[in-house]
Design a protein around this ligand. Structure first.
Ligand code: ZN
Length: 278
């Protein structure tokens, strides 16, 4: 196990051991990714780490262990390049679902990052930049949010038209509440870019854009290599564990989704409960 980063960011071995034993998430791959990203903040490879929820004791303990600044704020609102062409009630419901109510936790080394965090909370800056993600990926995801929301809206409207029984099983009183309930229970597969990022760039802290996934851009590859090096310098076994956990999580996801997709039963509601057919 090597010392981490530049001499001023030296982390004693006993602290690194505590870090390995700590738990930040019940899902092993997410837990290891969190730890790697927090190490990246300590070594100043990454400006800030955003953790959810703020009360996650594993994240708070790691922040304290590595002597990082901690800040609790409301979740930053999602960015849109333009207003999606959907009903107002659907837009409100989507924002409600997309933007968590619980506070989030920021961990950072440099106090100068605080003004950038404030700009994220104010909705002026996409948090991807504060989290050290490549510009091509941040811009692509931001632009994709509009067509993704419009497509989701069309699919839900189509389902309501072809399966009016479904609405009977939904407890919402207003249109907004109904949409909110549907969105919370809408079964969608993981997007391809997320699965491909896990396969190609298991150390990367973000979801790569199509340019990065087709190797037209090398930004995600560079970041993945940088994080791989950081993990390997920390402990080669830690780096190996991340690669293994990434492929395990891909396999588990593919199996669970294959099972899920065998259940397109029109007599079930969104929760999988039998519909009242009277
Ligand atoms: Zn990219």
């Amino acid at each position: 196990m090597a010392a981490l980063g530049a001499p001023n960011n030296y982390v004693p071995r006993r602290i690194l051991k505590k870090l390995q034993r700590s738990r930040t998430d019940s899902e092993p791959y997410q837990d290891l990714r969190n730890k790697l990203q927090i190490l990246a903040v300590k070594s100043r490879t990454k400006p800030a780490f955003l953790g959810f929820p703020a009360g996650n004791t594993g994240l708070r303990q790691l922040g304290a262990l590595l002597d990082l600044h901690q800040k609790v704020t409301a979740a930053p609102p999602p960015h849109f390049t333009k207003r999606p062409d959907v009903k107002d009630s659907f837009l409100k419901a989507s924002m409600d679902v997309l933007c968590p109510k619980d506070p989030v936790l920021w961990l950072y080394s440099d106090i100068g990052v605080e003004s950038l965090i404030s700009r994220c909370i104010d909705g002026v800056l996409n948090e991807g930049y504060v989290l050290g993600y490549p510009r091509c990926c941040v811009e692509w995801h931001e632009a994709m949010r509009v067509p993704e929301m419009e497509s989701c809206f069309r699919q839900i409207e189509e389902r309501i038209t072809t399966d009016p029984q479904m609405l009977k099983s939904i407890p919402g009183r207003t249109e907004m509440e109904t949409y909110r309930f549907i969105l919370l229970h809408w079964r969608v597969p993981y997007p391809d870019y997320a699965l491909e990022t896990t396969r190609q760039y298991p150390f990367a802290p973000h979801w790569a854009c199509p340019s990065c996934l087709s190797r037209e851009s090398n930004e995600s590859e560079k970041l993945n290599n940088q994080y791989n090096e950081l993990a390997t310098n920390f402990d080669p076994k830690f780096a190996q564990a991340i690669e293994r956990a990434a492929s395990d999580s891909l396999r588990a996801y593919k199996e669970s989704w294959t099972e899920e997709s065998k259940k397109p039963n029109p007599s079930m509601d969104l929760l999988g409960n039998p519909l009242d057919t009277e």
